[in-house]
Design a protein around this ligand. Structure first.
Ligand code: KIV
Ligand code: ZN
Length: 401
């Protein structure tokens, strides 16, 4: 028999473990093409992220520019109760600059990183494994002199020798890191492989540190990889609104969160995200950067809750759950929109007319449907104002007759 659920339902539902959402829209997201924001825009976007309930808000990379430094400083002052993170390479100057930018934060996190894969060591850093290990430990130890909350990221972790990754992870935790992030920096990993790596380091570190994941979407697997990692023991997911970020982007926050919320039978985890703020956050970001999510983007795309095919609209109007697995209101989308296009049926047209305040007779509906299909044939879909105009026209004609 077809199995619809991952676990057999039990009366109290599955016990949910807490997963922390680390938002990097204002750092990894903001550093990508077309996404740069002014300090004022970053502050407004930070407000949206706070409303959304992210656990950790990465506000920037202070050594990278004065603008980033000021944004981290301003966000730390404006939202003193929030856990604000600042990025730093594993060097003294970077860590000091991050600490300075965070000096007004009540809950500062210094996030220091260093590449650990042989390919990065050989071509980019020109350092030995021993040197990298020492630099990482020194940066974490220095960061700990400013704050108890230190995260270490092993850049390009998924292409790093796992034995060496274990060595680095143990060493940075001994030096005081409370979170160890294992990024799939180049989006190369696949779910089974990533889960195996995360499980291995999570078992090794036990309660001594939280294992975090940070996935890029080069193969379109960032969300799948993040979720597989959570199942394997990761308890922090780094992600961005609309999935913005370097190259193909980062794991989309709204997708990671809604998978857990929609399928707790498969992913028995919970986050602190107020999901009805997802769409408003996505819309705000779209206003601040130069592009929005593609129309068919899950959760926040314009078509994510639109049903056009006549059969779908008919089923949806009879019972929403026939074609809708998420209530649009639960993610802050004003209302489920039915796009009326050439595939729409009379039933959907009648229902839309009623939504727009028109009660049509059978004859009026016949005439409207005739006119509508003619127009819809030449267009991508009719907006509410166009449908209203069409109805008024039909009603005026009917009255004349
Ligand atoms: O993708 C990456 O490896 C990063 C690190 C700096 C965390 O963004
Ligand atoms: Zn990244």
């Amino acid at each position: 028999m077809l199995q619809l659920n991952c676990t057999k339902s039990n009366p109290g539902g599955p016990k949910l473990s807490r997963v922390y959402i680390f938002d990097t829209t204002l750092r990894d997201g903001e550093q990508s093409p077309g996404c740069s924001m002014t300090k004022a825009e970053k502050l407004q976007m930070a407000g949206k992220l706070v409303d959304l309930g992210v656990d950790i808000l990465e506000a920037g990379f202070p050594i990278a520019s004065d603008g980033d430094f000021e944004a981290v400083d301003a966000i730390s002052r404006e939202f003193p109760w929030v856990q604000v993170a600042a990025l730093a390479r594993s060097t003294t100057l970077d860590v000091q600059r991050a600490a300075e930018a965070l000096r007004h934060a009540k809950r500062p996190r210094i996030h220091t990183f260093l590449a650990t894969s042989d390919i990065h060591l050989k071509y980019k850093l020109k350092k030995t494994r021993e040197q990298v290990l020492n630099d990482a430990v020194a940066a974490v130890a220095l960061a700990r002199t400013y704050t108890d909350d230190v995260e270490f990221s092993a850049e390009d972790a998924t292409r790093t020798d796992p034995d060496y990754l274990e060595e680095v992870s143990l060493a940075v935790v001994a030096a005081g890191a409370r979170t160890v992030n294992l990024p799939d920096t180049v989006g190369y990993s696949v779910p089974d492989q990533y889960a195996a790596l995360i499980g291995r380091i999570a078992n090794l570190l036990g309660d001594r540190a939280i294992v975090s994941v940070h996935c890029h979407d080069d193969l379109g697997l960032a969300v799948a990889n993040s979720l597989a990692a959570v199942k394997a023991g990761a308890r922090q997911v780094e992600c961005t609104i609309n999935g913005i970020g370097e190259r193909a982007g980062n794991a989309a926050l709204e997708e990671v969160v809604m998978v857990m919320k929609t399928r707790p039978d498969c992913y028995p985890f919970e986050t602190g995200i107020h999901t009805e703020q997802l769409y408003p956050a996505s819309q705000a970001l779209t206003r601040f950067i130069s592009f929005g999510p593609q129309p068919n983007k899950a959760i926040v795309g314009e078509n994510a809750f639109a049903h056009e095919a006549g059969i779908h609209q008919d089923g949806y109007l009879k019972e929403k759950s026939t074609y809708e697995i998420i209530d649009p209101k639960s993610v802050g989308v004003p209302e489920g929109r039915l796009v009326l296009g050439k595939h729409s049926g009379r039933h959907a047209l009648k229902s839309r007319a009623e939504d727009l305040g028109f009660q049509l007779t059978k004859e009026e509906l016949d005439l409207l449907y005739q006119r509508f299909t003619h127009q819809a044939d030449n267009k991508k879909g009719l907006r509410n104002d166009e449908i209203s105009a069409l109805i008024q026209d039909v009603l005026a004609k009917a009255e004349t007759v």
